[in-house]
Write a protein of this length. Structure first.
Length: 199
């Protein structure tokens, strides 16, 4: 299936921004390759919707809200993506149309008792492409390039904590902030030229 090959080849582009979304896309591809029943295809529709929700969570932060904005629920993928695109000042009218189409398509699949494998493949390909296009658009923003970390770029986790880091050299020692992911141990130290790694 050429479309599934396209999706697999696209996954590394997403991994540069997020570790969990590519894993979910890979799971959806594996399930698609084995799916034999309508119920299995409907389950993949749910997974595709969840990919969009988790993607929204990975690019959205509460600091993106402007006064009077409605706080999105944790499952409101469209609103989270919209706020992220607004925050990064991305020209995104067409991208948001694409997001809404992908979301509607995944919902339709999960409720369609006659859904076909081709439709599910199309929905997954569209969603994968949508994620890539949004990542690429956001990454061109100056705000993105200078952003503080609020999500772990290694695992996508939200549990980032600021710890005290002591740096020593021949002149003594000094304290600085170190951002650490509680999930995977990824760390970032701005004062050391943006040093990062895994503890």
């Amino acid at each position: 299936m050429e479309v599934l090959d396209f999706i697999k080849e696209t996954i590394p582009q997403i991994e540069a921004y997020n570790a969990t979304i590519p894993r979910k896309i890979s799971v959806a591809v594996s399930q698609l390759e084995r799916a034999k029943s309508v119920e299995e295809l409907q389950q993949i529709g749910i997974l595709i919707r969840d990919i969009l929700i988790e993607f929204g969570q990975s690019i959205y932060d509460k600091n993106m809200l402007v006064n009077g904005s409605e706080v999105p629920s944790t499952t409101d993928a469209k609103r989270m993506i919209q706020y992220a695109l607004d925050y990064y000042s991305v020209n995104h009218e067409n991208l948001m149309d694409f997001v809404k189409t992908c979301y509607s398509y995944s919902n339709a699949i999960q409720h369609d008792a006659n859904t076909k494998k081709e439709s599910v493949i199309q929905a997954l390909a569209m969603t994968t492409l949508c994620v890539v296009l949004i990542n690429e658009s956001i990454s061109e923003s100056g705000k993105y390039k200078n952003r503080p970390y609020y999500k772990c770029p290694n695992c996508g986790g939200l549990d980032l904590v600021i710890k005290e880091h002591i740096e020593r050299d021949i002149d003594g020692a000094w304290k600085m902030d170190k951002i650490v992911c509680s999930n995977c141990g990824w760390f970032y130290i701005e004062e050391l030229g943006g040093m990062s790694g895994i503890e």
